[in-house]
Design a binder for this molecule. Structure first.
Ligand code: PMP
Length: 294
């Protein structure tokens, strides 16, 4: 089936979709984006993603390209035209096309691109066995809280992870603390059973999945702390996890080749994943509905 993209007011064939060569997203990475998962037709955490998009736009003085309600409609229409029931919707907004000049154009006309593709989210094996991560220096800028399209450090990090046979790379600040993955937030569970993830600040992207997982942990009475943790603490953890819109919550069972805990996914990670999908209101698209043994 031919794919369809939305570009600046028009639904166009994916292969013909294009933006101008002087688009500031292309010239300067002067833009932001969001990714929303569609799970069984449900737009997961859509309000949170749009709120973060609003914040990212605001931080960069970028105008909304259309009313947020219209954007919700376009996202649905792109999903519908691509017949996606399980997939990812990408929204990219830049400061538009203008003659090359670092300074903002006087009357910017933002570029808006919305695309959607089907995905299986994770392979069943990644949930059964967990995934591995490597640690790398965090070489990003000081405004990681903005979901900017400038993703070169993450491109390099993900490539290093792939070359090492790992799923994700955890970025590490000069003080030895883990900031986050290249496209996910990082979590550990201490030997005492306390869930730890870094507090929101300009050092990380405040994941929408992260926020929902924290709310679920609080509601379930799971002890948690929002604080930085070191790579050494992660090596000594009982469990480790990553979270993102495209993976929800996936167990990490190896860090830099060392097994986490006993090297198999732990119960808290499983519980959090189930809680997240219950919060979205859908069965797990990877494992199907959870059957509770009586
Ligand atoms: N950190 C980074 C750097 C990311 O790219 C992502 C994925 N968007 C996340 C964290 C997770 O955020 P979310 O749960 O909103 O997908």
């Amino acid at each position: 089936m031919p794919r369809t993209a939305y570009v600046n007011g028009r639904y166009v064939a994916h292969g013909d979709a294009h933006v101008h060569i002087e688009d500031r997203g292309f010239q300067f990475a002067d833009g932001v984006y969001e990714v929303v998962s569609v799970v069984d037709g449900v737009f997961a955490d859509e309000d949170g993603h749009l709120a973060r998009l609003s914040r990212s736009l605001n931080e960069l003085d970028l105008p909304w390209p259309m009313h947020p309600m219209s954007l919700r409609f376009v996202m649905r229409e792109v999903a519908r035209r691509n017949r996606v029931r399980n997939g990812l919707v990408y929204v990219q907004i830049t400061r538009g096309a203008a003659p090359r000049d670092f300074r903002f154009p006087v009357d910017p006309v933002p570029t808006l691109v919305v695309t959607c593709r089907s995905t299986k989210f994770s392979a069943p094996q990644q949930l059964e066995k967990g995934v591995s991560v490597i640690t790398i220096p965090d070489i990003r800028w000081a405004r990681r809280d903005i979901k900017s399209v400038a993703l070169l450090p993450q491109v390099l990090g993900k490539q290093r992870a792939a070359e090492a046979g790992a799923f994700e790379a955890w970025q590490v600040d000069p003080d030895g603390t883990v900031t986050e993955g290249c496209s996910s937030n990082a979590w550990i569970v201490t030997q005492e059973g306390v869930l730890i993830t870094r507090a929101a600040s300009n050092r990380i992207l405040n994941g929408i999945t992260r926020l929902s997982l924290l709310a679920e942990a609080a509601a379930a009475g799971i002890p948690f702390e929002e604080r930085a943790f070191t790579v050494e603490e992660a090596y000594a953890a009982r469990e480790a996890l990553i979270s993102s819109a495209s993976t929800f919550c996936v167990p990490v069972t190896r860090i830099d080749g060392k097994p986490v805990g006993d090297g198999v996914p732990g119960p808290l990670g499983r519980r959090l994943r189930q809680a997240y999908l219950a919060h979205v209101g859908v069965p797990d698209p990877v494992t199907g509905p959870v059957v509770t043994k009586l």
